[in-house]
Design a protein around this ligand. Sequence first.
Ligand SMILES: Nc1ncnc2c1ncn2[C@@H]1O[C@H](COP(=O)(O)OP(=O)(O)OP(=O)(O)O)[C@@H](O)[C@H]1O
Ligand SMILES: [Mg+2]
Length: 504
Amino acid sequence: MTSEVGGDLLSLRGVGKNFGGIWVLRDVDLEVRKGEILGLVGENGSGKSTLVKILTGYHTPDSGSIHMGGEELDLPVRQPQELGISVIHQDLGLVESMTVAENLGISSSYGARVLGPVRTREEEKLCRSLLAAFGVDVDIHQQVSTLEPAVRSAVAIARSIRVLRGSSEHNLLILDEPTAYLGHEDSLRVRRLMRSAADNGAGVIFISHHLDEVTESCDTIAVLRDGRLIDTFGVEGVVRDDVITAMLGRSLERFYPEPRDNQRERLLSFKGVAGGQTKNFTLDLHAGEVVGVTGIVGSGFQEVPYLLAGILESTAGSVELDGKDILGLDPKELLRRGVAVVPGNRQRDGVWLEGTAQENLSLLRLKKFFRWPTLRIRDEAADAKALMEQFGVRPLDPSRRMDSFSGGNQQKMVMAKWLSTGPRVMLLDEPTQGVDAGARRDILDIVAAAADAGSAVAIFSADVEQLSEMCDRVVVMAGGGVAAVLPSTEATQPRILSAAHGGV
Ligand SMILES: Nc1ncnc2c1ncn2[C@@H]1O[C@H](COP(=O)(O)OP(=O)(O)OP(=O)(O)O)[C@@H](O)[C@H]1O
Ligand SMILES: [Mg+2]
């Protein structure tokens, strides 16, 4: 006989985790039922990913117990998939060089070679139907590296569900910020997939800093603050402000800085820039303004900063600064001229994970701290600490390795590193990805202050709400070109989305 402890699927009792004397999770009680989607929210560093890593056995909890389907688990959790626990990490965990079918595990799931052809065909059919059930039409022999973000998410989710289905009657699907890199439509798609998993009896834990997504898509919301589970509530009637107040322990007056009306001289001109999916991008950026650039996936908006910085190859056009064409100069050279191209996707481009916070923060300004024959470490440390304070990085310890900071805190330091160079022009690719609501406001305030002080800022982002609320102009791209330029008074979310889809 097994005894039911709380929820019929997953139950945590008094779970805690201590890193080097600091409790990053304390006494967490949490339940997830079959068919339920639980939204797990909290500020950067509040312990969300640590909780996930305890459930997958990556970390051993220092206190508490975990029950799955009424049975107490041995800790650390071993072979989570066999227990019915499957996680989709933020990077999705797909193998780029393999096909969809291989990632879905077809080739590994038939043992005897003789059975190969028949089993393979059956397996293929199963995988196709699984993807089709999620509304995804993709050639399963296509290589994953060629897929769009939304399709990748679908493959990653299909894979976990496929693994889960075979393994246990108790299925728990965990998604740690799966929508951080997706646009509006694709995020909707992932959330539909999630719901269909729940409808099939799985319990789901969904982690996101997009609180609208959480209130729209979840049944229950659990709030972590400083490692403690502060509150759990049903989603009925809950508004975003309630969630924020629970998360931060205070309310947030406005989520975004106000747009400004402060446009001065022209600093930078994109003229007919083309390359990749971008066919013709033309835009003047002026001192004192914050311009948003957006569109749907494939419209080209995500590529523009990388075309300028020579990371993607441009095929036509020019970018003028001080009467010179700077299109395709490398990021260091651009920075020397006062143009910062700040990359998104912190895992890929932005962070030296093995370095300390201090080393990362001074990387672009080493000259400042270098006095023959040594690096003035103490100056560097004081400078790093001041920057970390300004950007609200936690914990405030410059000597800590980057990979021991939470994802959102790493992103704050990417921003701090670039903004500390005092650029005249900033092109920011998704500057607040993975950052919590409070910290997002802090980062955007700093961006706005830079514009007020005379910088020209362009934010390239799929976060339509953010652009609509704070930008002085929003440029909407469609089909590789500029479809609309909306002044802040007209840049409502419906207008932006409509222009992105080819409307007016
Ligand atoms: N390996 C580690 N060693 C020491 N401290 C760690 C380690 N991993 C995480 N931490 C600390 O634990 C705390 C919780 O981190 P966690 O990654 O769980 O936060 P999170 O809620 O997922 O944040 P985010 O929203 O930014 O992803 C943070 O203070 C982090 O610095
Ligand atoms: Mg995290």
